[in-house]
Design a binder for this molecule. Structure first.
Ligand code: KIV
Length: 275
């Protein structure tokens, strides 16, 4: 009982939204990674990761689909519940899958399920200006939200592939406006995927909330990678921003520790991982 009071005085108290804001203010990089089960959750916690995402990337790396579109809410709840069992310190975010937040009411109902049944502390949704109302509605119900901009894998069939976003001036300006609108609507974190490094830096400087990047350059407040890319388990063509941290190391734990340290020391991402 009163676990939160005991945790406050623990040597490594659990990460919360306030911790992440403080890290941004103090310039300490946020190390984030995906996980999909309790065993890896325990390992990424031991490795010192700050944030864990149960991403809908599980549709590709666990379920073997070509895209994240087939992933259901029940899939994410199942994996989030497993991950929550293995975590103590990292902050747990769960993805809202394709078409589970098409209206305010649907988004609220599903975010509540991710939190109550899965144990998520924050939900992540993909969106630009079109999601402002949804984010505002969730935030008005005290639900912590991460807004995902840039390459939005759930839109793959609409945009015609997994491509770098925000290369043209107008698209870059629009992305900044979207990020600011989502922040004003109550988003607590912004995640930027696959955008030019200069744009990642610019958006990070303009926002008050922490910005976590994947393929968004070295200047975002934190980095996230798919666990299976860090461990080089993913087959096929690798994204430019991914790095095999298992190379030259003899355990998954050492690889995840190396990733965490590389993010903290700003060694990762290097110029070869950026657009
Ligand atoms: O689904 C996922 O794992 C993600 C990350 C790639 C950020 O959204």
């Amino acid at each position: 009982m009163y676990k939160h009071l005991q945790e406050r005085y623990a040597p490594r108290p659990p990460v919360n939204v306030g911790t992440l804001v403080k890290m941004k203010a103090e310039g300490e990089k946020i190390a984030a990674i995906t996980a999909y089960d309790a065993s890896f959750a325990t390992m990424v916690d031991d490795a010192g990761v700050d944030v864990v995402l149960v991403g809908d990337s599980l549709g590709m790396v666990i379920q073997g689909h070509d895209t994240t579109v087939p992933v259901t809410l029940n899939d994410i709840i199942y994996h989030t519940r497993a991950v929550a069992k293995g975590l103590y310190r990292p902050f747990l975010i769960a993805d809202m899958p394709f078409m589970t937040y098409a209206s305010r009411e649907q988004a609220l109902e599903n975010a509540v399920r991710l939190m109550q049944e899965g144990g998520a502390k924050m939900v992540k949704l993909e969106g630009g200006a079109g999601q402002v109302e949804i984010v505002e509605f969730l935030a008005s119900h005290d639900i912590a939200v991460c807004a995902h901009l840039g390459l939005k894998p759930q839109s793959v069939h609409k945009v015609g592939g997994f491509r770098v976003q925000g290369r043209e001036e107008q698209a870059a300006e629009q992305m900044l406006k979207d990020a600011q609108a989502l922040e004003a609507a109550g988003a607590d974190i912004v995640l930027l995927e696959c955008i030019p490094a200069a744009l990642g830096k610019h958006i990070t400087e303009q926002l008050h909330v922490p910005v976590i990047g994947i393929g968004a350059g070295p200047d975002t407040d934190g980095q996230i990678l798919v666990l299976y890319d860090v461990l080089d388990i993913t087959s096929g063509r690798k994204p430019k921003f991914s790095k095999n941290f298992l190379a030259g190391r003899d355990s998954a734990l050492e690889a995840i520790k190396a990733y965490t340290q590389a993010v903290k020391s700003k060694e990762y991402p290097g110029p070869e991982h950026c657009f």
